[in-house]
Design a protein around this ligand. Sequence first.
Ligand code: MAN
Ligand code: CA
Length: 268
Amino acid sequence: MIKPRWMILVCFSLISVFGTGESLTIKSSNILAPSSAAIAEMNKAIANLNATFKKIVAQRGRISCPCNAYTLQACNNQKDILNRGLISCGSQLSSANAQRSSLQQQVNDLNSQLRSEIAQRSSLQHEVNVLRSQCRRSWDGGPHYPIGWTYFRGSIYYVSTTTANWPASRNYCLSKGADLVVINDADENNFVRGFNRKAWIGLYKSGYAWRWVDGSILSPSVSYWAPREPNNLRNREDRVELKFYNQVRSWNDEPWTTSNFWICEKKV
Ligand code: MAN
Ligand code: CA
């Protein structure tokens, strides 16, 4: 029979060591979705530790205390083992909890980074949409020209990729609703020189005058003959080519039969 005095003594010391037997509690309510896999792992580990803690507490509860002078030492030994188990379990729990808080912090940081990146992406998407609609507007509303034709000051221009005599060149332009280029001023002359081709222009001999294909007579103040041109070599030069395209005074008279590149102009 156990004497009540021993019973009280043993139970008192167990309670003083283990407290009232409450296990550590883990708060899991503040984990935000989406929680990372790492946090899920941590929660599992913490749940395991909690279970172990409870198991030890339950074990402690099952210690009967048939304590008498002979069994007290054994009882104390068991109590010490459980005590150490609880201490180690508790410290593992608190380190696991700390680790989980740090992971939670990382998840929070990543979440806020994600939110800011989502916001940034939607603002960029908006910018893309604005630019797209601007492009579409200018494409739909703005003029668009056939490939190979270049816009300059109210006309589009085409420089050939093959060569032909003057009338064949002109026919090509006419077939495109254009004509050989009529050069009205220095800027236009400079523009066509920029094609860097020895090419037919829309200027021809008409009686004693030089006439443009639009019917106008060449104005001496807007002519860009090369030095010593037109020279009507062998008395058979009746058409005009842009010959020295590297210099402002670039024109030369040539026989119509010469094979040249050519430049068309079409008003738009
Ligand atoms: C060639 C032809 C002529 C031109 C002279 C200039 O003979 O292109 O039309 O006048 O060169 O040297
Ligand atoms: Ca000449």
